[in-house]
Design a protein around this ligand. Structure first.
Ligand code: GLV
Length: 330
């Protein structure tokens, strides 16, 4: 008879094993190395080695390009935490994790300002035709200053409609107010009245926001409820002089419908940091001058990415230590 107190097949390694599913900044890795044996997936690693690492992993650090679903979780039976290095976590099946007792965390807060900066930058780019101007100069097209050359739309007194008034939406509202914009917003729940008052922001039904805003900015999470929230009908609701800015998630917008709306003048312009089938961009958008296209750069500053990695790592440490996660989702 085997001794019940003796070693079993389920012997735990002395140090927890942590798998990082891609390159992350050093401040995150440093924290993880202090917490356990940390292995980072690098290009060229064989599927076999990854499988082996996951089979004994206690923690996984994931990026938004990693799909964490039941099939993935089957490969990692010892997992206690999935720490996503992002505020959005639509790449993770949170229910599947929960049913296996796996904690899921994200990185809210630390990327708020960087993402709001980018959203404001896109508002300026699209309303002042900056991408178009840059392309003109780079193409070598002859030009000289002209009274009517490449006129844009000013922001003073214009209405910004923010869809999703979380941290990033609020940070964008503060920036836009400094540009003289009037702020309206739509959110499932109205934000705290003191926050509403401090932002001088008015809650509107989505249809009214779309119909009356000069610029519509998407700052809501992606979920089945927000899939194609901006579709052909929503675009029809918008003013023909209005602009759409998306720094949230691509599939919130029906990209084919958007391309058609931009081509047909249903709306005046759009600026996109995120795409429906990332990294692919709808081919019809590529030839249009009234759309700004940037490659998912919302949180892409050195400081922010360092802070995101560090927060994800601290979540791993907390859960492996048996403490509550710092920023759990759900
Ligand atoms: C980036 O898209 C994020 O969700 O952090």
């Amino acid at each position: 008879m085997p001794d019940a107190s003796g070693p079993s097949n389920d012997v735990r390694h002395e140090r927890p094993e942590i798998v990082v599913l891609g390159a992350i900044p050093e401040p995150g890795l440093e924290v993880l190395r202090g917490a356990g044996d940390t292995w980072c997936l690098t290009p060229g690693v064989s599927a076999g080695e990854l499988r082996e690492r996951l089979a004994s992993a206690d923690a996984v650090v994931s990026l938004i390009t990693d799909v964490i679903d039941d099939a993935f979780l089957d490969t990692a039976p010892r997992l206690r935490i999935v720490a996503n290095v992002a505020v959005g976590y639509n790449n993770i099946d949170v229910d599947a994790c929960r049913s296996r007792g796996i904690v899921v965390t994200n990185t809210p807060g630390v990327l708020t300002e960087a993402t709001a900066d980018l959203a404001m930058g896109l508002v300026l780019m699209v309303t002042r035709r900056l991408g178009e101007g840059e392309r003109l100069i780079r193409s070598g097209t002859p030009w000289s200053w002209g009274m009517f050359m490449m006129l844009g739309t000013g922001l003073q007194g214009r209405r910004l409609g923010i869809v999703g008034m979380g941290d990033i939406g609020q940070a964008l509202a503060r920036r836009a107010a400094a540009f003289g914009m009037e702020i309206v917003y739509h959110n499932r729940n109205r934000v705290d009245p003191t926050v509403e008052a401090s932002l001088d922001a008015t809650w509107l039904e989505l249809d009214e926001l779309l119909a009356t805003s000069d610029v519509v900015s998407l700052n809501c999470p992606y979920s089945p409820a927000t899939h194609h929230l901006v579709d052909a009908a929503a675009l029809e609701t918008m003013r023909s002089s209005a602009f759409l800015v998306n720094t949230a998630r691509g599939p919130i917008v029906d990209e084919a419908a958007l391309a058609a709306a931009l081509r047909d003048g249903t709306i005046a312009g759009a600026a996109l940091d995120v795409f429906e089938h990332e990294p692919d961009v709808h081919p019809d958008l590529l030839g249009l001058d009234n759309v700004v296209l940037v490659p998912h750069l919302g949180s892409a500053t050195v400081e922010t990415r360092n802070a995101m990695a560090a927060l994800a790592a601290r979540n791993v440490v907390a859960v492996l230590d048996g403490d509550d996660a710092i920023t759990p989702v759900g």
